[in-house]
Design a protein around this ligand. Structure first.
Ligand SMILES: C[S@@+](CC[C@H](N)C(=O)[O-])C[C@H]1O[C@@H](n2cnc3c(N)ncnc32)[C@H](O)[C@@H]1O
Length: 345
C-alpha cells in the first residue's frame, strides 16, 4: 500500500513512459559537464527548462528569469519550506557523520549496503546526491572519485558547500527534488538515501527524479521501513515536529547522554519503549543528532519493500534489486528509453 506522507496533495506527473517509436529516435541530452567537474553551466531553468548562463552572481535564462548564487551556492528555491528542522540539524552537526572528519568508515559502509555501489562503478561518473544534507554520502562518493552534484531544499547546503568548497569534483545547489534544475538524461547515477520519506509524497518525488537518469543509468534509494522504531516515531511526528527545533534539540542534548548512562533506570526503560532514542555505537554526538532527526521533520513516510519495488516498476525501471538494508532499492533506466520532460510540481 502506498503511504502518502501527508494529507497535502501533490499533482502526479505524467509518469515516465516508454515510447517505442521515440526509443528509436531518442536523442539523449548530454550534460554539459560530462567529462570533468560539475560546473555552473550545467543548470537549466526549473521553470522553463532553458539553459542558464552565469552573469555575475546570477544564473540567467533567455527570458530574463534568474536564479541567485548566494555565498557560492546556486539557489533555485526562495526558502527552506517544510525542511527547516534539517536547516537547523545539518548546520548544528555539519561534520558529525562525515567519515573524512571522524576517521571512521561508518558512512562508507552504510552507503555500500544501502546502494550496492562501489568505487569502480562510480569513478569518473556524474552522480546526483538528492537530499545531500551535510554531505556524508557525497563525502564517500568524492573519496571514490565520482563527480557529484548535491542538492538539498534546506539550508543544509551552507554546511555541505563548506564541507566541499575545495573539492572541484563536487557542486552543491539549493533546490527541490520535485523540480530540479537539470536537463532530462543528465546523471549516470542518482542516490537518495534517507530523503524521499521526508517529502510530501515519497513515491511522487521518487518519480520526479527518474527522468534525470541517462538511459542505462541507475537510481538507488533508501526510505524508512514500516517496522520497528520507525512506526513508533511516525506516531509522534504530528506532535514533535511542532516543538521549536532549538527546544527539542536542547532536550535531546540532555536526555540522550543521561539515558545512555542509566540504561537500567525504570524511567529510561519506560520512555525508550514508547519513544525510542538512538544508541548506534557511533558516539554521543551521532546519537543526539539521530534522535533529533527521528522526531523533528515535518514529513515521515514509512514504506515496505514491495511497495518501493512497485514504484520502480511503475516508472519502467529494470534490473530492480532490493538490497540487504530492507527498503533500500536500486534500478536501472533501460538503454535508449525516451522520457517526457517533467512538468512543474
Ligand atoms: C535525513 S536527511 C538525509 C541527508 C543525507 N542524505 C544523509 O543521509 O545524511 C534528509 C534531507 O532531505 C532533504 N529534503 C527533504 N525534502 C527535500 C526536497 N523536496 N528537495 C530536496 N531536499 C529535500 C532535507 O532537507 C534533508 O537534508
Amino acid at each position: 500500500m502506498t503511504q502518502v506522507n501527508t494529507k497535502q496533495t501533490v499533482e502526479p506527473i505524467e509518469v515516465l513512459a516508454p515510447d517505442p517509436v521515440a526509443k528509436e529516435q531518442a536523442s539523449t541530452p548530454q550534460p554539459k559537464c560530462d567529462s570533468g567537474h560539475p560546473t555552473l553551466n550545467m543548470f537549466y531553468c526549473p521553470k522553463t527548462g532553458d539553459p542558464l548562463i552565469q552573469n555575475g552572481d546570477k544564473l540567467e535564462a533567455p527570458n530574463g528569469e534568474s536564479w541567485p548564487i548566494v555565498r557560492g551556492i546556486p539557489r533555485f528555491v526562495e526558502s527552506d519550506l517544510y525542511v527547516d528542522s534539517f536547516s537547523f540539524e545539518w548546520n548544528t552537526h555539519n561534520r558529525t557523520q562525515l567519515d573524512s572528519q571522524t576517521g571512521s568508515t561508518s558512512s562508507e559502509d552504510m552507503f555500500r549496503t544501502k546502494t550496492g555501489l562501489d568505487e569502480e562503478q562510480v569513478r569518473g561518473k556524474l552522480v546526483l546526491d538528492a537530499g545531500v544534507g551535510a554531505g556524508r554520502f557525497t563525502d564517500v562518493l568524492n573519496k571514490w572519485g565520482a563527480n557529484v552534484v548535491g542538492v538539498d531544499l534546506s539550508f543544509a547546503v551552507e554546511a555541505s558547500h563548506k564541507n566541499f568548497e575545495n573539492d572541484p569534483n563536487v557542486m552543491i545547489a539549493q533546490a527541490d527534488i520535485g523540480n530540479l534544475p537539470f536537463k532530462a538524461g543528465t546523471f549516470d547515477y542518482i542516490v537518495s538515501i534517507g530523503v524521499l520519506h521526508h517529502t510530501p509524497s515519497t513515491q511522487e518525488y521518487f518519480s520526479r527524479l527518474v527522468h534525470l537518469l541517462k538511459p542505462g543509468g541507475e537510481i538507488c534509494i533508501w526510505v524508512y521501513p514500516s517496522q520497528g522504531d520507525y512506526v513508533k516515531r511516525n506516531a509522534w511526528i504530528p506532535f514533535t515536529h511542532r516543538i521549536p527545533d532549538k527546544m527539542f534539540y536542547s532536550w535531546c542534548r540532555v536526555f540522550v547522554p543521561w539515558a545512555q548512562k542509566h540504561p537500567h533506570n525504570p524511567i529510561v526503560q519506560y520512555i525508550s519503549k514508547a519513544f525510542p532514542f538512538s544508541n548506534q555505537g557511533l558516539g554521543i554526538e551521532n546519537d543526539i543528532l539521530d534522535t533529533f532527526d527521528g522526531y523533528s521533520p515535518r514529513f515521515h513516510g514509512i514504506h515496505n519493500p514491495d511497495e518501493v519495488v512497485s514504484w520502480f516498476e511503475k516508472v519502467g525501471l529494470e534490473d530492480i534489486r532490493v538490497l540487504p538494508w530492507d527498503t533500500a532499492v536500486r534500478g536501472r533506466l533501460p538503454e535508449g528509453w525516451h522520457f517526457k520532460e517533467s512538468a512543474e510540481m
